[in-house]
Design a protein around this ligand. Structure first.
Ligand code: AP5
Length: 171
């Protein structure tokens, strides 16, 4: 089973992916964490990625598609993913062929407040605005691409209720 959780930054993707991975014995694949691991090596590539992430811009499509393709090849077909694809180009470069896609729908003001409360290194006001702006651009296309396997969830509900809806759709 391959599952994708999609939504704006701060919509709760990371929160839900951990719960899904644990309950269904799936490998969690988080694009942001894969990039943060490269940043932690302090290599030339890591420094370049760090600068992009702290600005709120997206890392190059070709690079993230290659990183995810390698990861999926290594893991196989028992995974739950978030953070990829994020652009139209990324879906074209590599489609992991998900069985189910969950979209966490959360109003923009709510995700902003959540990210400010969370206070991650790339959660400055400027980076939050930029991330939301660039990631809203391709969201409709990605949702359209997966419309035959898409489940929309009201992401402002409490964490356990969001998870219950995911569970109900995986029976
Ligand atoms: P990434 O690390 O993926 O961050 P993001 O997409 O911006 O998503 P977040 O981690 O901010 O939010 P989330 O939806 O996981 O919410 P969370 O569960 O934490 O990406 C970071 C950067 O990496 C990007 O800006 C880009 O530069 C680069 N990048 C990543 N993927 C890329 C790609 N494919 N292509 C190019 N570049 C890429 O929840 C947020 C908060 O809300 C938490 O505090 C949580 O406790 C709380 N919360 C969660 N659910 C609820 C709920 N139901 N009710 C109340 N509070 C809740």
């Amino acid at each position: 089973m391959k599952i994708l959780i999609v939504g704006l930054p701060g919509s709760g993707k990371t929160t839900q992916i951990d719960k899904v991975a644990q309950k269904y014995g799936l490998e969690p694949v988080k694009m942001g964490n894969i990039l943060r691991e490269i940043v932690s090596t302090k290599s030339g590539l890591g420094q370049k990625i760090a600068a992009i992430m702290s600005s709120g811009e997206l890392v190059e499509d070709e690079l993230v598609a290659k990183l995810i393709k390698d990861k999926v090849t290594q893991i196989g077909d028992k995974l739950v993913m978030e953070g990829f694809p994020r652009t139209t180009k990324q879906v074209e470069l590599f489609d992991p062929e998900f069985d189910k896609v969950f979209y966490l729908e959360v109003p923009i003001e709510v995700v902003k407040d959540r990210m400010k409360d969370r206070g991650r290194a790339d959660d400055s006001d400027e980076a939050i605005e930029k991330r939301l702006q660039v990631q809203m651009e391709d969201m409709e296309h990605i949702l359209g691409y997966y419309k035959d396997r898409l489940v929309k969830i009201n992401g402002i509900l409490p964490i356990e209720e969001v998870f219950k809806t995911i569970e109900d759709n995986l029976r």
